[in-house]
Write a protein of this length. Structure first.
Length: 266
């Protein structure tokens, strides 16, 4: 049986003052195009994840606009908070729904029949970088100890490893090594999914693989020296993490799936 997960990231939905500016409709259009593309896959993925930044400013109206975009999406869809998000505003709109695992927390676990999805909140209030903290890491360890024979995905916004872009590495996950200790103790973790970088990146991590998804909105430049990466004219996309159905025991692979351009960049 083929098992797959669509991994979207960084839609940065925005509304309110300035939303009528040139290119401001691109975030919603980009997410819409990505979700449409997910539904064209055959077979359709078992679930989808959006690894933050869900909104641009964490405003209630932005989460309401996000819900308009995702509310009718027919597949299980799991939302992850990023540094641009506001957890309470996110919970106010999505709490108790399937998008937060049916609960009212931004850190949660969803046990699908053939896959476990663990969502973590790496946001640090008032800071662009991230941290999980001992409490979340302990809960992750306990969640991964259940159903040891079932593949698991660990989802967060900030990558737990440097990606080689100094500007972004300065705002990465502060306790990446502590996360690595937990993941290394649980071989069933097949992917650690992240966003934040606005471009696709993969790296080995604690016996698993970190996969950073591109943005459904706009991509960061590959600035390997100090300085601002900027936003080059590169197409939006998402990742598809896939375990082929045959032969039994086949390894997980990751595909980059381009989507239609959201709007001209400004």
């Amino acid at each position: 049986m083929t098992l797959s997960v669509a991994h979207l990231s960084d839609p940065h939905i925005t509304t309110g003052p300035g939303a009528a500016a040139p290119g401001a409709a691109a975030p919603a259009a980009g997410l819409r195009a990505a979700l449409r593309r997910v539904l064209t896959l055959d077979p359709r993925p078992d679930c989808a994840v959006i690894t933050g930044d869900l909104t641009e400013r964490g405003k209630p109206g932005e989460y309401a606009a996000l819900r308009e975009e995702v509310g009718a999406f027919p597949l299980p869809l799991h939302l992850v908070a990023g540094n641009h998000d506001a957890p309470q505003a996110l919970v106010d709109v999505f709490g108790g729904t399937r998008f937060l695992g049916g609960g009212t927390l931004t850190s949660y676990v969803v046990e699908h029949p053939a896959l476990t999805v663990v969502v973590l909140d790496s946001r640090v209030a008032g800071a662009p970088g991230g941290r999980l903290g001992a409490g979340q890491l302990s809960r992750l360890d306990r969640a991964l100890a259940r159903r040891p024979g079932v593949p698991a995905l660990v989802c967060l916004h900030h990558p737990p490893v440097p990606v080689g872009i100094p500007f972004l590495d300065a705002m990465g996950l502060a306790d990446g090594p502590a996360l690595a200790e937990v993941v290394a103790a649980h071989p069933r973790v097949v992917r650690v999914l992240a966003g934040h970088v606005h471009r696709p990146v993969t790296a080995p991590f604690a016996g698993s693989t970190v996969a950073v998804a591109p943005s459904t909105y706009r991509q960061s430049g590959l600035m390997l020296r100090e300085g601002l990466p900027g936003y080059p004219d590169e197409p939006p996309a998402f990742l598809l993490h896939l375990r082929p159905g045959a032969p039994r025991g086949a390894a997980w692979v990751t595909h980059t799936v381009p989507t239609a351009p959201a709007a001209p960049q400004t």
